[in-house]
Design a protein around this ligand. Structure first.
Ligand code: NAI
Length: 329
């Protein structure tokens, strides 16, 4: 008998989710022997669009797609789900500050955290994509505390993939030659894309790309600001690359990281690298294919990296302060 996986996706009629749900249904993530039930959550105003997406999913004829549920009720969407991908959130409006967005979207993750704890399967894994994703994840986790802390993740994989691609292009190699990249901290422009521990073709990236000024003054800020660069170019934020980051995150959880490599994920800190326990922080992580992340220990940062690390940690602590009324103790 084939296995069945229930995957809840929020904001399912949005731009990121439109790419995400097709790939989840296709068998690419969970394999050809696993049937997928998609449980799609939207605001009432977007349900008609979501209905259209459901028909298109049916028309793909995927052998791995067992059912599609569309709903505006979080209790229905998260019922017995094994994975919950929290994408739905309001984007930043004209003139809005980051802290305005946090206050606008934060309450969404109070209710969704509670609904996940009440309804999800006992093995649920949650990936928060909706921004500001680290702090939204913190809110959902704190409000869904019946679900163990190690199940809650926020997405830094898009930033990771951007960093890999930029290093590969500079070195004139293909992306698969680049390993051991880390996005430390927040999915924001304070993140630290760490090139000092990265490898290219198994060699330290800094010995392959010897232009250290480029690494510090071009690679780091360009990776930090890549999301803005995409918006400036296309007038809308990243969509299929964001969906691809989420797909890669789940695929790696399911299948594991390659020997000698790691990836980037934001997880609930247990105090690793001096980060206060409970904060959702981007770390180097490995997975062994059992749906769990393990933070890589002992990665060293130079003075440049330590300064960047502190900046992104400080930002996350400030974000935590802004939403403290949404965090039950
Ligand atoms: P979008 O505006 O196209 O779609 C968002 C969808 O969420 C809309 O259909 C909206 O109706 C829905 N939504 C809003 N509140 C909801 C709620 N309470 N429950 C269920 N659905 C709700 O936005 P897009 O481009 O798909 O982006 C989605 C989120 O992903 C944004 O917050 C964006 O900033 C974030 N993002 C994160 C990235 C990352 O690397 N972590 C990368 C790119 C986007």
């Amino acid at each position: 008998m084939s296995k069945v996986v229930r995957v809840a996706v929020t904001g399912a009629a949005g731009r990121v989710s439109s790419s995400l749900i097709v790939r989840l249904a296709s068998g690419e993530v969970f394999g050809p022997e696993t049937k997928v039930i998609l449980q799609l959550l939207e605001l009432p105003v977007a349900l008609k669009n979501l209905e259209g997406a459901m028909y298109e999913l049916q028309d793909c004829g995927f052998s791995t797609l067992k059912d599609v549920v569309i709903t505006d009720d979080a209790n229905v969407a998260f019922k017995d789900c094994n994975y919950a991908l929290l994408v739905g959130a309001a984007p930043r409006g004209p003139g809005e500050q980051r802290k305005d967005l946090i206050r606008k979207n934060g309450p969404i993750f109070v209710g969704q955290g509670q609904a996940i704890a009440k309804n999800a399967a006992s093995d649920v894994r949650i990936l928060v994509v909706g921004n500001p994703c680290n702090t939204n994840c913190l809110i959902a986790y704190k409000n869904g505390k019946d679900v163990p802390a190690d199940r809650w993740h926020a997405m830094t994989r898009l930033d990771h993939n951007r960093a890999v691609s930029a290093l590969a292009a500079k070195a004139g190699v293909t992306n698969d030659a680049v390993t051991c990249v880390t996005i430390w901290g927040n999915h924001s422009n304070t993140q630290y894309p760490d090139f000092t521990n990265a490898k290219i073709g198994g060699q330290p990236a800094t010995s392959v790309i010897t232009d250290h000024a480029w690494l510090e003054n071009t690679f780091v800020p360009n990776t930090q600001d890549r999301g803005k660069f995409i918006i400036d170019t296309t007038k809308v934020s990243s969509s299929f690359s964001a969906a691809n980051g989420a797909i890669d995150h789940i695929k790696t959880l399911v299948r594991g990281t390659a020997a000698g490599d790691w990836t980037s994920a934001a997880v609930v800190s247990k105090g690793e690298y001096g980060v206060p326990a409970g904060l959702v922080f981007g770390y180097p992580c490995t997975a062994s294919g059992d749906n769990n992340w393990k933070v890589v220990e002992g990665v060293k940062l130079d003075a440049f990296g330590q300064e960047k690390f502190k900046k992104t940690l400080d930002e996350l602590l400030q974000e935590q302060e802004v939403v403290k009324d949404l965090l039950p103790s």
